[in-house]
Design a protein around this ligand. Structure first.
Ligand SMILES: [Zn+2]
Length: 59
């Protein structure tokens, strides 16, 4: 039982660390340009993809 709790705590810490690292990525702020996925012009691309493609919404 204690082992499972320890493992869960480890997972939580890893996840938190990844989230914090991701939040520090300056590129995640978004840049204007053409979406790598659908080719649409977007005022805010993140990772080269527009908001629609990131959300997985249909066009
Ligand atoms: Zn797109």
């Amino acid at each position: 039982m204690a082992d499972q709790i320890d493992q869960a705590n480890d997972l939580n810490e890893q996840h938190l660390e990844r989230s914090l690292r991701a939040a520090r990525q300056p590129i995640a702020v978004g840049v204007p340009g053409e979406c790598d996925n659908c080719g649409d012009d977007s005022p805010r691309l993140v990772g080269g993809r527009c908001a629609r493609c990131r959300d997985g919404r249909p066009r």
